[in-house]
Design a protein around this ligand. Structure first.
Ligand code: CA
Length: 609
């Protein structure tokens, strides 16, 4: 069989992780290679005098093995090739392809790591836990500002047009809930003036919607969040505006005479919105959301000023960018510069539902909404469409899709205002929702809790997923106290264990029959000769530098075998979820060598005793 190997000297196969360190990834056909070694040198020095770095088999999906390693040079200008061993013979891989002999030229080249090109993701984002609020549905702190015709809070059947009266004062009043839960970032879906309940059709980017409050209310919310160690991220809807946005209104009223015709994509004048709009909109035919021409410098400057304004005026900490994948890259690069100009550690996270590499190269977003990971969680935990091996493969594919620092900034979510709630996808089975929560808080990337998921709220697709928050702490009202206690423990666990926030990840075990999964999160000592497992993905000493999570996603107790060296030392086992007793527990035990006993629908954490 022909050898299948892939590498290019660019992301996601090569990217800097520090001023002198280049991380490289080589992808090869699954099971084809025994080992991979990088040979590298200063690109102005003779290659044959270069250094070697063994790559580690860091994961596999259905098609590929992923080998990774780090190359360090000062000055940081690299040329390199790989020495591959397929078990029969050795091959060299360079930019020109495979050869039996050491190549004399055509090396992979990463010319220089410039500090300016390093992707700095804010620490508070990497270490963060996000809580997403849909303001009309979270808490009504001021009935005096309610829109007309609000529904009673107890009505759990929202329609696309219903209002409930939630507002910023309500969020302020409920900050103790966020603090008790243990989140560190509050993300609000749009709050600027708009006729809808979701406010994704902005009328005025410079005005807080009067049903939510005003600029002073937002300032107070941010102040109180900051006092509790919580950052605030707002939703920037820059792909499109609302029907009543001043520029679009002018185009509607004045047609071709309007100075704003080039702010939109109008096919012909006069503008008409009936039956089929004759201008481009968000999605198809949504007349209330005309698409903005962000390539127009006037539009760009207007929106960049909006992005700066709310940071300067109210001290918000970042932006989540709506429909980020349909706005031009040049605009996002400008936005990054503009935002960092007023707040250097502000976070920028884009809404992208698919492979988002073009936005995660360091010049645009810090992370994206990780919907592909959500799909994998749905299939494994909720729908039972994949077994542990398929889930592990999806995780590995996601792990190597982006540069590592961008992956650490991605928002991992089980649900949002645009999706069915996870508990509903689980058919109301709290054990499955609990296991998925454990995964969310122990995997790579920033966990995002959609308001109410922490207490097991239910809801189908939009608008049903936007029910008013349940505040009555009573099971008969739909409040799942076990789940809430689990979420509280998980936020604290993640805040306490740095390996869960920043560590690498390796799948240790994925059994499709038993449906059990184990993975490691942690750090390895770098550049210690002979310390890397290198060959065949060994796991020696992993437990010394991190933690191990074991999940039993089956209806029977399982004895989960872990690779021998993982448990070479005495381990402390913490039961995160006990599906058999139906409760979340924090029970601890010493873990003897040998298989780890995990009850049905349960998860345990292993740490060095
Ligand atoms: Ca209100």
């Amino acid at each position: 069989m022909a050898l299948h190997v892939e590498h290019r000297a660019m992301p996601p196969y090569a990217y800097p992780v520090g001023p002198t360190t280049l991380r490289v990834v080589l992808r090869s056909g699954r099971g084809q290679l025994r080992s991979v070694t990088a040979v590298y040198a200063d690109r102005y020095a003779p290659f044959e005098e270069g250094e070697t770095a063994p790559l580690e088999l860091a994961g596999s999906d259905a098609l590929y093995d992923y080998f990774t390693g780090e190359l360090t040079l000062r000055p940081p200008r690299f040329h390199y090739a790989f020495l591959l061993d397929d078990g029969v013979r050795r091959h060299w891989l360079s930019e020109t392809g495979l050869s039996a002999a050491m190549p004399m030229g055509g090396f992979f080249t990463y010319p220089y790591i410039n500090e300016a090109d390093l992707h700095h993701v804010p620490d508070w984002l990497v270490d963060g836990i996000v809580y997403q609020v849909f303001p009309d549905r979270f808490a009504n702190g001021n009935p005096a500002n309610d829109p007309p015709g609000v529904r009673p809070w107890s009505d759990q059947r929202p329609t696309a047009r219903s209002f409930y009266g939630g507002d910023l004062e309500g969020i302020i009043a409920k900050l103790p809930h966020l603090e008790e839960l243990g989140v560190t970032v509050l993300y609000l879906t749009p709050i600027f003036a708009s006729p809808s309940n979701h406010k994704y059709d902005t009328t005025d980017y410079y005005r807080i919607d009067p049903h939510f409050g005003d600029e002073e209310t937002l300032r107070e919310l941010v102040r109180q969040c900051h006092a509790r160690g919580i950052r605030v991220v707002l939703d920037a809807v820059f792909n499109h505006c609302g029907f009543e946005f001043f520029a679009f209104r002018d185009v509607r009223e004045r047609g071709q005479e309007s100075p704003y015709t080039r702010w939109f994509h109008v096919e012909e004048f006069p503008v008409k919105e009936q039956s089929q709009p004759n201008y481009e909109t968000f999605a198809t035919g949504i007349a209330a959301m005309p698409k903005l021409r962000t390539g127009n410098p006037e539009v760009r400057d207007y929106l960049l000023n909006v992005a700066r304004y709310w940071i300067e005026q109210c001290d918000i900490d970042g932006w989540r960018l709506d429909v980020a994948n349909e706005v031009d890259h040049a605009f996002w690069r400008e936005l990054r510069r503009a935002v960092h100009g007023v707040k250097p550690d502000a976070a920028i996270v884009g809404e992208v539902w698919h492979d988002a590499l073009p936005w995660l190269l360091g010049d645009q977003f810090d992370g994206v909404t990780n919907y592909p990971l959500r799909e994998a969680c749905l299939d494994f935990f909720a729908r039972g469409r994949t077994r542990a091996d398929g889930f592990a493969q999806a995780l590995v594919r996601n792990l190597f899709a982006y540069p590592r620092q961008a992956l650490l900034g991605c928002w991992n979510l089980l649900g949002s205002h645009d999706t069915e709630r996870f508990m509903t996808a689980c058919g109301g089975d709290g054990r499955k929702a609990a296991l998925a929560a454990v995964f969310l808080f122990t995997w790579v990337g920033v966990p995002l809790i959609y308001y109410g998921d922490e207490i097991g709220m239910k809801g189908g697709a939009d608008p049903d997923c936007r029910r008013p928050m349940t505040w009555e702490r009573d099971p008969s009202a739909g409040w799942n106290e076990d789940l809430f206690q689990l979420y509280k423990r998980l936020t604290r666990l993640r805040r306490a264990i740095v390996a869960l926030r920043r560590g690498d990840a390796r799948i240790l075990h994925a059994d499709p029959v038993a449906n059990t999964l184990a993975y490691w999160r942690g750090f390895k000592s770098r550049h210690t000769p002979g310390s890397g497992p290198g060959h065949g993905g060994g796991t020696a000493g992993l437990a010394e530098h991190g933690v191990v999570v074991v999940i039993n996603n089956s209806s029977r107790a399982r004895a989960v075998p872990l690779p021998g060296p993982v448990l070479e030392a005495a381990m402390r086992l913490t039961v995160l979820v006990d599906g058999e007793s139906g409760t979340a527990t924090g029970r601890e035990a010493t873990c003897p060598p040998g298989p780890v006993e995990v009850p049905a629908y349960s998860a345990v954490l292993l740490t060095l005793a």
